[in-house]
Design a protein around this ligand. Sequence first.
Ligand SMILES: *Cc1c(COP(=O)(O)O)cnc(C)c1O
Length: 371
Amino acid sequence: MPSLVIPADLLPADGRFGCGPSKVRPEQLAHLAEFGPALLGTSHRQAPVKNLVGRVRRGLGELFSLPEGYEVVLGNGGSTAFWDSAAVSLIERRAQLASFGEFGAKFAKAAGAPWLEAPEVRTAAPGTSARAEAAAGFDVYAWPQNETSTGVQAPVARVAGDAGALTVIDATSAAGGTAVDAREFDVYYFAPQKNFAADGGLWFALMSPAAIERVERVAASGRYIPEFLSLKNAVDNSRLDQTLNTPALATLLLMENQIDWINASGGLAWADARTRESSGLLYEWAEASSVATPFVADAADRSQVVVTIDFDESVDASAISKVLRENGVVDTEPYRKLGRNQLRIATFTAIEPDDVRKLLASIDHVLERIG
Ligand SMILES: *Cc1c(COP(=O)(O)O)cnc(C)c1O
């Protein structure tokens, strides 16, 4: 029995507001139930699974309006594995990274591999953003489009550095929910458990011809590259609609349905408008509130897919999350290491703006009683 019962008419129809794994739509589960029986438990080297991989790759190409020559590459291990792949397969000598939260910091750490020159890491305090800046000697510029730990969003625009320098974007929590122009990146990588509403475990990378050329050159350079981390391996396998080792087939089916749904609903522009609407409701609420305020002070830095709201000392945000959780509204806790008196709420594409309205009604209900 919850310590405080939120009336059913105030509760969101779907109570999942986590930043990954995140809400899976019932239609995705129906797709899995429909096509899973013939596919699950069959070889990923045979046509039925390869065709599924091909459909997912083509669907992503359509969603992101990929220019001629860009390729959709995939592999196992999620975005975390991609960081190590980038360190071994993509960065030639030295990277510059913008780091303004936990995820940006993790890639910066991976880019500090001993076979590379020490990276330049441009940091900013949590809740603000840092930018890359063109300078001589860097062959990769990298930053997250959306820093999931803090709810800070950064623009995706090419850095005009040395000839051939690559712009590499961690789009794990932005992709599929935030507009982007593919001509502005060389690598745009993500995992399926955020806006694509599937399960974790895979990574996808949209790669420009320059990025693929880099991968080929580093692979031919004689550097020791573990098989599993080799992006050349991943490119070669992806062209055949395969992965180096066995992928999660259920994840691919969940993702296929989500990509088709976004494409059929109006594509990336539609998803972008939808997440802006949802996040806008939360920011407006926080700005009007006497006890809450958006954690990200500069409105231009505010994420449209991960909203962080600070509470003043009169309110214990963890008590709100706890009551919400007891009522089936889950994962509104802040990023564990940020340690703030905060709620963090995903407004990914799958989440209904009307459910965000309900969430706010639920929070108001709880605040009136525990505040
Ligand atoms: C979730 C997330 C990751 C980590 O993804 P995994 O698939 O769990 O490795 C990396 N970067 C960002 C920005 C994320 O939001």
